[in-house]
Ligand binder design. Structure first.
Ligand SMILES: Nc1ncnc2c1ncn2[C@@H]1O[C@H](COP(=O)(O)OP(=O)(O)OP(=O)(O)O)[C@@H](O)[C@H]1O
Length: 237
């Protein structure tokens, strides 16, 4: 996935000011930066939940803006801070739903595929439970299984662990780390600097709607080139 020259305003608030992001296939890119710098908005643009005012998006070398966003969105998995599971449905049905509605799988095949994905996140034994019976960390792992069930080419994580109690964060980060090692292409907006440092292939630092620095974790954390990044790191580390 590559984003080039992305601009976006909400009214007079120019939130993204020419953002470039390159997330090559098979790599994990962490996006870090202060609150309000535009990280979540950028992810929403990458998923085409919001159309940019200017700029281009390509996936697998193809420009994806303009065409039907629904078809595009089926190629992307997105995981939010809030898990957004349907409370009245079982865990298994939450994971199977899109497979039935969007992929047209029959009940049995969707259920089987859901069970496989739940197994992958260590929750096959909770297939019949309601989300409310699970911990926040387990619910987020279900949300990840739901996204993976669609066999996405790219996974976007928007502060996926920010709503979790501290003791539950580790399990979700471990799962994200496994996914990264498996070669999934991922863009991860995160406040977890340990994850960015140890799991990401590249780290992008945003401030006030621009990419201030991008590089390997070693460069970004070890040799920051700008005062803005140095200040941010001293505030968060
Ligand atoms: N739907 C919206 N309508 C109007 N303004 C918005 C909308 N979404 C975000 N903004 C504004 O865009 C700016 C960037 O917000 P964004 O949520 O992308 O920042 P962020 O870097 O993800 O912050 P945080 O780390 O706190 O989540 C903020 O000024 C915010 O108020």
């Amino acid at each position: 996935m590559r984003a080039t020259g992305i601009h976006l305003s909400f009214g007079s608030n120019h939130v993204l000011r020419g953002v470039d992001l390159d997330a090559p296939a098979g790599t994990t890119t962490a996006v870090i930066g202060p609150s309000g710098s535009g990280k979540s908005t950028l992810l929403r643009v990458l998923n085409r939940l919001i159309e940019p005012d200017r700029g281009d998006l390509t996936l697998d070398g193809e420009s994806v803006l303009g065409a039907n966003p629904d078809a595009y969105r089926q190629r992307i998995g997105m995981v939010f801070q809030q898990f957004n599971l349907f409370p009245h449905m079982t865990v298994g049905d939450n994971v199977a739903l899109a497979l039935r509605k969007l992929r047209g799988l029959d009940k049995e095949r969707a259920r089987e595929a859901a069970r496989r994905q739940l197994d992958r996140v260590g929750l096959a034994h909770r297939v019949g439970a309601r989300p409310s019976a699970l911990s926040g960390g387990q619910q987020q792992r279900v949300a990840i299984a739901r996204a993976l069930a669609m066999e996405p080419e790219l996974m976007l994580f928007d502060e996926a662990t920010s709503a979790l109690d501290p003791e539950l964060v580790k399990g979700v980060l471990a799962l994200m780390s496994d996914l990264a090692s498996s070669g999934m292409t991922m863009v991860v907006v995160t406040h977890e600097m340990g994850f960015a440092r140890s799991v990401a292939d590249a780290v992008t630092f945003m401030d006030a709607g621009i990419v201030v620095e991008t590089g390997t974790p070693r460069q970004v954390f070890g040799e920051p080139r700008t005062d803005r990044l140095r200040q941010f790191l001293s505030d968060v580390l």
